[in-house]
Design a protein around this ligand. Sequence first.
Ligand code: GRF
Length: 216
Amino acid sequence: MAQPTRTVVLISGGGSNLQAFIDQVEHGSLPLDISLVISNNPNAYGLERATTAGIDTAVINHRDFECRLDFDQALMQTIDAARPELVILAGFMRILTADFVNHYAARLLNIHPSLLPKYPGTNTHQRAIDAGDQWHGASIHFVVPDVDAGPIVLQGRLRLKGDDTHDSLQQRVHKIEHQLYPLAAKWFAEKRLSIANSKVLLDGETSAEQLQTFDV
Ligand code: GRF
């Protein structure tokens, strides 16, 4: 069998997506070797999740650096020392410099809680509610220097309910994320993903599965 894909995960907070990766790796259904979890936030609960799973952790606090460039350089050094084939942003709340993004081109994945290109940036759940949208969800994409703009690997959507609040919607979208993100990583690990003309191909084709509908 092929070696599991060496992976570094970057987090800033609760790490429920990290937990979804850990669970599937432990279950044997996701061929990743998560060798390091890095947080910019020393209090991120996700660090405990990693430690519980026996994964090495590092804290690189952006507040210790004078500028974004220096922070990104330190981040790159720590990531590169782990020699990852894949770098996963899982709720990592820092904007990354173009140098950083280009260094990990085509091996840097992010999850964003909206149906991109709708609602890049923050506060996506409330924006979907306020706009009266019928559909909302999450997108997994390769990262490019423009924020929340890279080629989309996979999207999951749900139908908004009349009584959805920011919190209920966030919880429902999380359920989608925890299924979709490990699947996207699995496709990457199985070398089934490629990028052509800024579009992601699955097994060399534009995938019919790129948008999945969830009843959560
Ligand atoms: C997720 O909603 C993700 O889409 C966004 O940040 C959140 C991270 O949640 N980028 P968690 O830390 O994985 O629980």
